[in-house]
Design a protein around this ligand. Structure first.
Ligand code: XMP
Length: 515
């Protein structure tokens, strides 16, 4: 397996993604956890140093342990990772002062081509588009290194010590804006001897085995939301331990139209699982009354969720484990909670609200997977395609699609509008092209005219984005006809809304959800 040492870049996860696409198993660990002992135990076949926001020039800035250079395995340093490698191996790094580079840049080859980059510079123009994002830059490379590519503001854009198999680049090969970045990773993992044989089929068998080992004869409670993640978790567990599993479906009153009935029918009747339908909407909506701060909403919901679980767990004899559909991106995002290097953008529902002491041990069989890998696993497990293909739905549900205070009234309106919108998308055959679509009800009312009367109702915003992994997203380019038709339907069919807008913000700078 491959080790990615995280120095806090916002795009570290994308490195893992690129490697998974190459069927290489890798894990991201924050630099604080990577000690000499850790390295020995992990025994990586290759190591990648991520980027990060720090400056190697600063006292106490993040470092990998020196021993990483003695492992005898290939190392790839990216951005901050390059700088830290140069700094530790005897090179020199200087502060920006007019040489900072953010965004698109072109790298041209210097010296001879380097094995790890073979396939690059193939477009005939002799240059390669890359994505840069750095303030500091390497001013002198370490002994043993040579320069293989240069950009106007990064004279050492691509460097390598071919003998020791240390590679270091100033740009970010993991982002889409470095179109041939995958080639670099491909060559790097091949150089490290990976065969690219990590598949979903193997993952499924391995996961079932691991669950059985971890759980033994104990009873597991699984939080089932009806979303893809928790559904796959439940079916996987059901396959692994059968009746030792009880699913608890917490209805927090923040679900979409008819969602609760659909989930209960599918898992209780179709799959024959033990399923408790916990209707706790009064509790959640009561506690959320008057709360309008997004983080407070998330934390409140996360906390109540755990409370409710504990309550139901305590009623089930010898329940020792709680299963959660935590995904890899959740794990990484949550690193910042334990003092990890990256900045918290939003507290994540699954991990963020989890108290230290909850009396139940955790089973998280999807912890290592990205969303599309979960879908592939769901497919392996025989879940219906319509279910696997569902758009993601966040744990805090409609709460984060209702900016400002949440009321039952607003939620009802939101549910109806959302149902019309999704119906429109399905009717026009656009559902599968879109990563996620939903309505957000805005905390403003506006004046309108219907028939001969004045209306004073809520405005709503339609959101639809395309994305590969939820990390970045583009708004979906609906036709004006579609938008117009949908607005008319919503206003006609949903009492309480008299104005419809379309959100055309991409991520970044926006996020997909409104809160
Ligand atoms: P943002 O809004 O951060 O969302 O761009 C990225 C993706 O994550 C989903 N999301 C969540 N999923 N619990 C979840 O299970 C959460 O707390 C949560 N917050 C956001 C969001 O719907 C989108 O797909």
């Amino acid at each position: 397996r491959l080790l990615i040492i995280d120095f806090g870049s916002q795009v570290t996860q994308l490195i893992a993604r690129r490697l998974r696409e190459l069927n290489v198993y890798c894990e991201i660990h924050p630099y604080q956890n990577v000690t000499d002992a850790f390295l020995k135990d992990f025994a990586p076949k290759a190591v990648i140093f991520s980027g990060g926001p720090a400056s190697v020039i600063d006292e106490g800035s993040p470092r990998p342990p020196e021993s990483v250079f003695d492992l005898g395995v290939p190392i790839l340093g990216i951005c901050y990772g390059q700088q830290v490698m140069m700094h530790m191996l005897g090179g020199e790094v200087l502060r920006g002062h007019g040489t900072a580079e953010f965004g698109r840049a072109w790298v041209t080859p210097t010296e001879e081509r380097i094995d790890v980059l073979n396939g690059w510079f193939m477009d005939g123009t002799g240059r390669e588009q890359v994505w840069m994002s750095h303030g500091d830059h390497v001013s002198k490379i370490a002994p043993g290194f040579k320069v293989f590519g240069t950009s106007p503001n990064a004279p050492f854009a691509i460097t390598a010590d071919l003998e020791r198999r240390f590679y270091a680049v100033q740009f970010h090969p993991e982002v889409h804006h470095t179109p041939n970045g995958k080639t670099l990773y491909e060559n790097f993992v091949r150089d490290a001897g990976f065969k690219g044989d990590w598949t979903m089929d193997a993952y499924r068998d391995e996961a079932i085995k691991k669950i059985r080992e971890q759980v033994g004869d104990a009873h597991v409670i699984c939080g089932l939301s009806g979303g893809v993640d928790s559904s796959v978790t439940a079916v996987l567990l059901h396959e692994a331990i059968g009746d030792q599993l009880t699913c608890v479906f917490v209805d927090h009153g923040l679900l979409r139209l008819h969602e609760a009935e659909e989930v209960v029918t599918m898992f209780r009747d179709h799959y024959n699982m033990k399923l408790i339908h916990a209707d706790e909407s009064d509790l959640f909506l009561g506690e959320l009354e008057g709360v309008s701060d997004p983080e407070e909403k998330r934390k409140t919901i996360g906390r109540l969720f755990i409370d409710v679980f504990q309550k139901y767990a305590s009623e089930i004899d010898d329940a020792d484990f709680l299963a959660q559909g935590t995904l890899y991106p959740d794990v990484i995002e949550s690193v910042s909670f334990s003092g990890g290097p990256s900045v918290t953008i939003k507290s994540h529902h699954n991990v963020g609200g989890l108290p230290e002491k909850m009396g139940l041990k955790l089973v998280e069989p999807l912890r290592e997977l990205f969303k599309d890998e979960v879908r592939a696993l769901g497919h392996e497990l025989g879940l219906p395609a319509s279910f696997i293909g569902r758009h993601p739905f966040p744990g805090p549900g409609l709460a984060i699609r209702c900016p400002g205070e949440i009321t039952r009234d607003k939620l009802d309106i939101l549910r109806k509008a959302d149902a019309v919108y999704i119906d429109q998308i399905r009717k026009h055959g656009l559902y599968d092209e879109i990563w996620q679509a939903f309505v957000a009800i805005l905390p403003v009312r506006t004046v309108g005219v219907m028939g001969d009367g004045r209306t004073y109702d809520y405005a709503c915003a339609l959101r639809a984005v395309t994305s590969v992994d939820g990390m970045t997203a583009d708004y979906y380019p609906f036709s004006h006809d579609f938008l117009g038709e949908t607005a008319t339907r919503i206003i006609n069919e949903v009492q309480g809304i008299n104005r419809v807008t379309y959100d055309i913000t991409s991520k970044p700078p926006g996020t997909i959800e409104w809160e």
